[in-house]
Design a protein around this ligand. Structure first.
Ligand code: NAD
Length: 378
C-alpha cells in the first residue's frame, strides 16, 4: 500500500483538436512512463453542457460541465488544462492559478505579451507549476539536434533557417475563426510561436528581429453571412540575430498551399550542418565536414531507442513516433516538474518569452526597423 502514487486529478477546458490530443497524451503518458502520479481524468468543460458531456464520454473523463468556472473552482481538481481558443487563455489560467491549480495551457500563451507576463508572474507568486504546449520541442530528434549543437559538433553556428508552414487558411472562403482575432491572431502568433520557440531552443537567445508581415486574404466569411475584414498576417517573416553571433530567419505561413506540417529547420555550422522536417519528424539529417570526401554527405539518422524517450514507446528503431506521442512526452515532463523531479521544461515564463518575440516581430514589421529582444530574456 505504501507504494501507491499520489493522485493528480485533471480538468480539461476545450475538447476540440487539442483537447483530444491532450487526452490521448494523458492516456499514453500513463502507460509509457513511470509517472510520479496516478492520473484521474476528472472533468471536461466546453461551451455547452451537451458538448462537454459528449466529449467526456469519448475522451474518458468522469464529469462534464458547460461552465469552465465550475471546473476551475472544483476543489478536487489539481491540474487545469486549457485547450480553448487563445482569447480565453489569460482569464482561464489566472482563475485556475488563483484557485491553486497547476496549469497546462496551449500556445500562444496569451494574445498579448503583457497578459502572458501577468500569467507567468501569478504562477510564480502562487507557487504552482505551469506548462505551455510546445510539443515539437518534445521530439527526441529535436533534443539530439540541440545536443549536437551544444557539444560543438557543428562548430560555430553560422546560419539558422526555420519555417512553420501549413495551408489550413489557404481557402479565401474559409470561415473567420478565433485564429483571425485582431488581438493576438495571425500566422505569426499561431505558427510563428512554434518557429521562434524552436529557434531559441536550438541556437539560444535571439537578440534582435527584423520583421515583415503580409495579409493575403483580406476578408473571410463570418457567422452572420457576410465577410469580416482580416487585420492579421497570413504570412509573417523575421530576420534574426542571436546573442551568440549566429544569424538566421524564420517564416510562418498558414496559406502555404500543399503544406500540412512544415515545421522545419536548417542549421549550418563551421564543422557540420543539420536539417530537419516535421513532415518526417523521426529523422534528423547530419552533415560532418570532416568526413572523407568520397563518403561525405548528409546522413539520415532515424529515431530509435538511442534517442530517449523513444525506447519507452517502441523497442525497435525506425518504427516511428506520432504527433500524439509528442504530447505524451510533454505531459510526462510536466508531471515530473510538478513532482519537483525537474525544472519546468516550457513553463509560462517560456510562453511569455515567445509571446514577446512575436510582439517584437509585429512591432518591427509596423515600424520597419530592427527591434531588440534581448532585454526580455527570462
Ligand atoms: P478547436 O476549435 O478545435 O477547439 C477549441 C475548443 O474550445 C472547442 O471544443 C470549443 O468548443 C472550446 N471552447 C470555445 N469556447 C469555450 C469556452 N468559453 N469554454 C470552454 N470551451 C470553449 O481549437 P484547437 O485547434 O484545439 O485550438 C485550441 C488551442 O490549441 C489554441 O490556443 C491553439 O493555438 C492551440 N493549438 C496548439 C497546437 C499545438 O501543436 N500545440 C495545435 C493546434 C492548436
Amino acid at each position: 500500500m505504501g507504494n501507491e502514487k499520489p493522485k493528480l486529478r485533471v480538468g480539461l477546458i476545450g475538447t476540440g483538436f487539442m483537447g483530444k490530443t491532450h487526452s490521448f497524451g494523458f492516456a499514453a503518458a500513463e502507460r509509457v512512463f513511470d509517472l510520479p502520479f496516478e492520473l484521474e481524468l476528472h472533468t471536461v468543460a466546453d461551451r455547452t453542457e451537451e458538448l462537454a458531456r459528449a466529449a467526456a464520454r469519448g475522451l474518458g473523463f468522469k464529469n462534464a460541465t458547460g461552465d469552465w468556472r465550475r471546473l476551475v473552482s472544483e476543489p478536487d481538481i489539481d491540474l487545469v488544462d486549457i485547450t480553448a481558443p487563445n482569447a480565453f487563455h489569460h482569464e482561464m489560467a489566472l482563475a485556475a492559478i488563483a484557485a491553486g491549480k497547476h496549469v497546462y495551457c496551449e500556445k500562444p500563451l496569451a494574445p498579448r505579451a503583457a497578459e502572458a507576463a501577468e500569467m507567468a508572474n501569478a504562477a510564480v507568486s502562487a507557487g504552482v507549476s505551469t506548462q505551455v504546449g510546445f510539443n515539437y520541442l518534445c521530439n527526441p530528434m529535436m533534443a539530439l539536434a540541440r545536443e549536437l549543437i551544444a557539444s560543438g559538433e557543428l562548430g560555430e553556428i553560422r546560419s539558422y533557417r526555420g519555417i512553420h508552414a501549413e495551408d489550413y487558411m489557404g481557402d479565401a472562403d474559409g470561415p473567420f475563426t478565433f485564429r483571425l482575432d485582431p488581438v493576438g491572431g495571425g500566422a505569426l502568433a499561431d505558427l510563428g510561436s512554434h518557429a521562434l520557440a524552436t529557434a531559441e531552443f536550438l541556437i539560444g537567445p535571439i537578440e534582435r528581429v527584423l520583421g515583415d508581415e503580409v495579409t493575403v486574404i483580406n476578408s473571410r466569411p463570418d457567422a452572420k453571412g457576410g465577410r469580416t475584414a482580416v487585420e492579421v498576417d497570413d504570412i509573417g517573416r523575421a530576420f534574426l540575430r542571436f546573442a551568440n553571433g549566429a544569424t538566421g530567419s524564420i517564416e510562418a505561413s498558414w496559406v502555404a498551399t500543399g503544406r500540412k506540417m512544415q515545421h522545419d529547420f536548417e542549421i549550418y555550422g563551421s564543422k557540420g550542418a543539420l536539417t530537419f522536417s516535421q513532415e518526417r519528424f523521426n529523422e534528423l539529417h547530419f552533415y560532418v565536414a570532416a568526413d572523407a570526401g568520397r563518403v561525405r554527405g548528409f546522413r539520415r539518422i532515424e529515431a530509435g531507442p538511442d534517442h530517449p524517450p523513444y525506447g519507452l514507446f517502441c523497442v525497435a528503431p525506425g518504427h516511428q513516433l506520432g504527433f500524439n506521442d509528442l504530447k505524451a512526452i510533454e505531459i510526462a515532463l510536466f508531471l515530473e516538474a510538478i513532482a519537483g523531479q525537474r525544472s519546468e521544461p516550457f513553463g509560462f515564463k517560456s510562453g511569455q518569452r515567445v509571446q514577446e518575440l512575436v510582439e517584437a516581430v509585429h512591432t518591427s514589421a509596423v515600424e520597419t526597423r530592427w527591434v531588440s529582444t534581448l532585454k526580455h530574456v527570462a
